[in-house]
Write a protein that binds this ligand. Structure first.
Ligand SMILES: Nc1ncnc2c1ncn2[C@@H]1O[C@H](COP(=O)(O)OP(=O)(O)OP(=O)(O)O)[C@@H](O)[C@H]1O
Ligand SMILES: [Zn+2]
Length: 784
């Protein structure tokens, strides 16, 4: 039973254990989703109009590239400086140039199917296909039973028509089951014999099959005895074996398959995921592991992201604009003797749009973008990481001007020498990092390669990475505040088919975005993208023609608290306990000045183990007061205290609440200077798991323990007083919860009267307070 509070700020985060856990699951699931503007080769974009077929004659990378003329135009116009006069002509020239380039690369573009049919490429393909079919037939035809193209006779016919008339000159027993009889040339064969056979264009031949060679020989002897043919004149029988080429090849088949498989695998390994690695030949460099696995996004095909797709983070955009300017006109910088910035580290919590921003930079500058994840450098072979780094930079230099983006750089960029005692694997990581440092130093000023890197942990990075000349810019991207979230919602709402009422005018659209932003404190860009997508999925599941507000509300709840588990049936006693527990939290929150606005309380089991939950809306807040901590602790204890008051025995349902309370109290004592006994000293222990010795004495340890205990005890006492004073109110809320399973803020106002304090969340008042929203009534979620 947990309070789901969205804030993920370092301190506020203590209140959101559940939402954090849920988030990490969600983030992973998000990353599986295809990113909207990234297309792999061969993926077909359906909504484009004009077809461009581009075929690669060596059949390796044949891909169909469907793109629309209209989409390409703006880009050309942007690149064109002399737009007014002859802009069209230049567009044409540029198209020419592009297709020249493609032709050079062995690719050719065709404007229509008929053009392709008339082309050399098509002829080549046809020749190859027909050739293969003919070859195949040649090979397999020899596999047919020998003489199969002769119409076989019965033995009886052979005997009466040829043998007894003395027309047979010689017999060939082929593969022990077919007999070909060579006839005397002057025979008047009645259509069954023909002028050729395996004997070539020679005497006429007939054929018949036999069951067993022994019986056939006996029969021949008998017949010839009866015909009184002397032993010298008897018909000679020759035994021949004829085998198809396949029969000879068959024993080698497993070997051929094995070698073929190996060849295929090495190509895959060596080729890099998207062809950026270039392959390096089938067996190049130990199966090609030395090649960088960077994915290449090219401006013509993949990068359609620009700064307008990245909402918020204006400061970051401004900083990064400088890289774009440099890549667009480096001469201006070099002429002044300015050294070009080498790279920038984009840091921030997960899902805040670091990758998106880097991609937008490449999109704006219109240069190739090589994206690689830090972990992809690491492989089981020693030295691979370093050579992959080398290969990556080599590729980038060949394509310059270009941008390299190393995601999760902390995988290789961790401070060297730390934790060395933990294992030898560090050496490999260090070698990779060293190579990265060397490569970044190795750029000459004329190299127009910019390295961007993303990380969630800038604190663990090696200082050498951050020094001037390497990643000398550090761009921090924070989780967005309410206005930032609103802007991100606006970006993602553009792609959705919304209810007309929600999008009547820009004002309505902004209002919707604002409302959603206020409902989702602590959401990063990726969560917002996910919530929008989830809303569309829910609408589709309900067969709704468009997305309505309550779809969003369900989606948000799902992203925050996980899936409703209606199938998890609680016993009536358990249900009652959960109801009183949640009612305790809710009533505490209602009467505490510094508690966050309550949105919803529910006792429907959800997600990972939460039996009930209450959703609050913390404001975007950068400082938390001592009083606020106390109120949060009282609220967190409300569940357990309510159980204590209303039931003879308590349950295990409060363990998550205790965790939060303890974390808050420890932080207050150890690092926030909120305990008079400990004073203004920080005993912040950081990563406790690696620490053997505590940085304080035994006495201090005892003091810390007793202070934490005192603070939690105080909160418990205050909570107890609050809930005993409001006994019947808890009762009311719990009963309502039991009957409705979920109650909203409006229900709480109806049951307890309005909150005695003004809400301290501006966003809440601006976008969500019923006073300001005239259609607030029809928006309650359909979850109850
Ligand atoms: N500022 C933003 N504007 C619009 N969309 C955003 C923004 N930030 C994030 N998103 C959405 O979230 C998705 C994921 O963002 P991205 O991959 O850039 O996050 P990240 O910071 O690189 O995450 P991680 O640290 O986990 O790698 C984007 O594809 C985009 O849809
Ligand atoms: Zn609880």
């Amino acid at each position: 039973m947990s309070n789901v509070v969205g804030s993920r700020r370092p301190i506020g985060a203590m209140m959101c254990f559940t939402s954090r856990a849920v988030r990490s699951v969600f983030t992973r699931s998000y990353q599986v989703c295809p990113r909207p503007n990234v297309y792999k080769k061969g993926h077909v974009r359906e909504h484009r109009r004009l077809l461009h077929f581009s075929f690669n004659p060596n059949f390796k990378n044949t891909h169909i590239n469907l793109s629309s003329q209209d989409e390409k135009k703006p880009q050309h116009n942007k690149d064109n400086k002399s737009e007014g006069n002859g802009g069209k002509k230049e567009n044409g020239e540029e198209n020419e140039k592009n297709s020249d380039k493609k032709r050079k690369n062995g690719e050719q573009e065709f404007k229509s199917l008929s053009e392709y049919f008339r082309s050399k490429e098509f002829a080549k393909t046809m020749y190859l296909t027909v050739g293969s079919i003919v070859l195949f037939n040649l090979i397999t035809s020899s596999d047919k039973p020998a003489g199969a193209d002769l119409q076989p006779l019965t033995f009886q016919d052979f005997k009466t028509k040829y043998l007894e008339k003395g027309l047979v000159k010689r017999l060939y027993v082929v593969n022990k089951f077919l007999v070909e009889a060579e006839l005397t040339p002057q025979v008047d064969h009645d259509g069954n014999a023909r002028q050729s056979g395996f004997l070539g264009s020679g005497p006429p031949v007939v054929a018949f099959t036999i069951g067993s060679v022994d019986i056939f020989e006996e029969q021949m002897e008998d017949i010839q005895d009866k015909l009184k043919i002397t032993p010298e004149d008897r018909i000679p029988i020759t035994y021949v074996q004829r085998a198809s080429i396949f029969q000879y090849l068959f024993p080698f088949l497993p070997t051929i398959i094995l070698l073929g498989g190996l060849y295929f695998i090495t190509r895959k390994v060596g080729g890099g995921a998207n062809g950026a690695g270039g392959g390096g030949g089938p067996f190049g460099g130990m199966f090609g592991v030395n090649k960088s696995k960077a994915k290449l996004f090219n401006k013509e095909t993949d990068i359609k992201v620009s700064f307008k797709d990245v909402a918020g983070c204006n400061e970051a955009k401004q900083e990064i604009m400088e890289f774009v300017h440099f890549l667009k006109n480096p001469a201006k910088y070099t002429a002044l003797g300015a050294k070009i910035p080498r790279g920038a580290i984009l840091s921030g919590p997960p899902g805040t749009g670091k990758t998106l921003l880097a991609k937008a930079t490449a999109g704006e500058a219109g240069v190739p973008f090589l994206s690689v994840s830090g972990s992809e450098f690491v492989e089981m072979f020693v030295g691979v990481g370093a050579s992959r780094v080398r290969d990556l930079f080599e590729q980038a230099r060949k394509m310059a001007p270009s941008i390299i983006f190393v995601d999760e750089i902390d995988a290789i960029g961790k401070e060297r020498g730390k934790g060395g005692a933990m294992g030898g694997a560090n050496d490999e990581r260090e070698a990779t990092l060293n190579q990265l440092l060397v490569e970044m130093d190795g750029f000459s000023t004329s190299d127009q390669v910019v390295v961007l890197a993303g990380t969630n942990r800038p604190d663990v990075l090696d200082p050498a990475l951050m020094r001037p000349g390497r990643f000398d810019r550090h761009i921090q991207i924070d989780a967005p505040d309410v206005e930032g979230r609103k802007a991100i919602y606006l970006v993602h709402l553009r792609k959705l088919n919304l209810d007309k009422i929600l999008t009547k005018s820009d004002r309505e659209r902004e209002e919707l975005a604002g409302k959603l932003a206020a409902l989702t404190p602590g959401f990063a860009g990726a969560d917002i993208a996910n919530a929008c997508n989830e809303a569309a999925l829910i609408a589709a599941r309900n067969n709704a023609p468009c997305i309505e507000l309550y779809h969003f509300e369900q989606a948000i709840e799902r992203v925050i608290a996980g899936l409703e588990k209606k199938s998890r049936v609680l016993s009536p006693e358990e249900k009652k306990t959960v109801a009183y527990h949640e009612a305790g939290h809710a009533v505490c929150g209602w009467y505490l000045k510094y508690a966050d606005p309550l949105l919803k309380v529910s006792i429907i089991p959800r997600g990972q183990g939460a039996l009930g939950y209450a959703q609050y809306l913390p404001p975007d807040q950068y400082l938390i007061s001592e009083e606020q901590f106390q109120h949060r602790m009282i609220m967190a204890l409300g569940g357990r205290v309510s159980e204590e008051i209303h039931f003879p025995s308590v349950t295990s349902g409060a363990h998550d609440d205790f965790k939060k309370v303890t974390q808050m109290a420890s932080a207050m004592v150890c690092s926030l200077g909120m305990s008079p006994k400990i004073g203004c000293i920080s005993y912040d222990q950081g990563d406790v798991s690696f620490q053997v010795n505590k940085p304080f004495s035994e006495v201090t340890a005892n003091n810390i323990d007793s202070e934490v205990k005192r603070i939690v005890g105080d909160a418990h006492a205050k909570c107890e007083k609050l809930l005993t004073d409001n006994l019947e109110k808890v009762d009311k809320v719990a009963k309502e919860l039991l009957s409705k399973e979920a109650i909203t803020r409006e229900d709480m106002i109806r049951l307890l009267g309005p909150r005695p304090f003004p809400e301290r969340n501006e966003a809440f008042e601006k976008y969500l307070d019923p006073k300001n929203i005239n259609n607030g009534e029809n928006t309650s979620p359909a979850t109850n």
